[in-house]
Ligand binder design. Structure first.
Ligand code: ATP
Ligand code: MG
Length: 236
């Protein structure tokens, strides 16, 4: 579904990901953990096609067997890749409805889109007032994370990467988000980047991956999580 081969990525002169190869299978849920600065967000942004991250000429990214290594962000998004950002962006003068309307032009009429957004906002406990504001303007950290989940829910990607969607959300919001994501992950490939194993009580992952110094140094099942909780990343 998503295959990366010899993925080396740098920003400026700094090499962040180093010859990383991995196959993410269809309809499986992965958790990606690792120390701060190990390259998790870089990996996520590279898969989404952020132009700031420079990919080595030998690196390849395949999505459903198609080589997407040189595709721009928009083309990757229309192929079914979604990234929920660690630090969600704010957009002045445009609401989430207006944004999604542009993205889904020709695929969904305005009325059904509005209804769907309202329904999901209710489920995610997002207030009307936040919904009607310019996207993420003045929004709290938790509200922004919910807006990312809302966009994922409407766009229904084939592959969704959630970069620390559980960071900065309160205990009730975490429950709300997690219970929605438990339902959302069906028939999708999901990569959850997290520092907090609490979200994993709700979303049972198929695999846990550890990224350290720009490489996946270990993959395993949920037992790996308890090992990390007790011993930290140093012992790996
Ligand atoms: N635009 C940039 N310019 C310079 N260095 C960068 C840039 N983006 C990332 N880096 C560096 O690359 C390394 C990996 O960063 P990245 O954000 O991928 O880490 P991370 O694993 O997501 O960390 P965290 O758990 O803190 O979110 C860090 O040392 C970071 O400072
Ligand atoms: Mg990060």
């Amino acid at each position: 579904m998503l295959e990366v081969t010899n993925l080396s990525v740098s920003v400026g002169r700094k090499l962040i990901l180093q010859n990383l190869s991995y196959i993410f299978e269809q309809n499986k849920t992965y958790v990606l953990m690792g120390p701060n600065g190990s390259g998790k967000s870089t990996f996520a942004q590279t898969i989404m096609g952020h132009p700031q991250y420079e990919i080595d000429t030998y690196s390849r990214i395949f999505f459903n067997k198609e080589n997407i290594t040189s595709y721009p962000v928009e083309k990757r998004a229309t192929s079914g890749i979604f990234l929920s950002l660690q630090t969600p962006l704010s957009l002045g003068g445009i609401t989430v409805f207006q944004l999604l309307r542009v993205v889904l032009k020709g695929k969904k009429d305005a009325l059904s889109l509005k209804r769907e957004i309202m329904k999901l906002a209710k489920r995610l406990n997002i207030s009307q007032e936040v919904l009607n504001r310019s996207l993420n303007q003045g929004a709290s950290g938790g509200e922004k994370k919910k807006m990312e989940v809302l966009q994922a829910g409407i766009l229904k990607p084939k592959l969704a990467i959630f970069d620390e969607v559980d960071t900065g959300v309160d205990i009730d919001a975490l429950k709300t988000i997690s219970s929605y994501l438990r339902h959302f992950k069906k028939n999708k490939t999901i990569i959850f980047i997290t520092h907090n194993s609490r979200i994993l009580d709700y979303i049972q992952p198929d695999k846990v991956l550890i990224l350290k110094n720009g490489l996946i140094i270990k993959d395993g099942d949920a037992d790996l999580l308890s090992f990390i909780e007790k011993k930290g990343f140093d012992k790996l």
